[in-house]
Design a protein around this ligand. Sequence first.
Ligand code: ZN
Length: 268
Amino acid sequence: MAVFIRATDNLLRERFTMAHELGHLLLPWHLPNANCEVGEGALDLPTYSLEAEADVFASCLLVPDAWLLHQVQRFGDDMSQLLRELNAAEVTTAAALQALRRYLLAGWVFVSYGERQVITATRGTRLPHASTNEEVVAYLAGECHAQGEASLNGFPVQWYRMVESVALPQRSPDDVRSDRQVLLDAIAMVEPDSQRRNSIAQSANGKVGGALREAGGRSANLTFQAVRHRCEQWEHSKLLAQPDFLLWLAERSRAVETGMTKRRRPKS
Ligand SMILES: [Zn+2]
């Protein structure tokens, strides 16, 4: 097996291409592929393909999770600084944004201006059903809670934080309710029927459980923001107006930070 890489004057691009091709060689289900389209490809599309998979492999190799975790812990919500660190890491814009999409929680959107304008959103981020990039950018600018800009490889990248940064609610010291009771008390404020309350509680655990599993290793604050954002796209989103519901989300987010959540059972 031979891999041929065209020599260019773009070192970052060549490193990304090499990492991408290595992905094809090392991922056992990738058949040798005669022709690769590597580059600023369809990173903004959620479609699955071997090419997209090799791009993810390249981004994991060039921008490892452990390094990203360290940067996120250092800079938190300061996305401009995080982008400056990625710029110093000398990877392509595509690899950098792919890494952020892989690693950050719901609620972040990036608009990059390289060879063409690309919109990259983290999983679970709510975007409008708009037909043009201009409409999406106008929505982001109007709805975001924070925005900023940094330069990646000489081109601007605008970032938008669509989640609100609010302090985690604290349980008062004389509140001895279980987490489940806190949730049920919140639901009781919006649903008089006790049968339906149980099904809403189930739905809440399902909605939040998936988001919490993604959040392993993040701070309770980042987790809380992302989970709240996910709940905005939920049939029972009116619960977000209930202080007990926010308290429940905060307690679940703190449990993720300290590793107190149920792990999925390992395969036996
Ligand atoms: Zn490929």
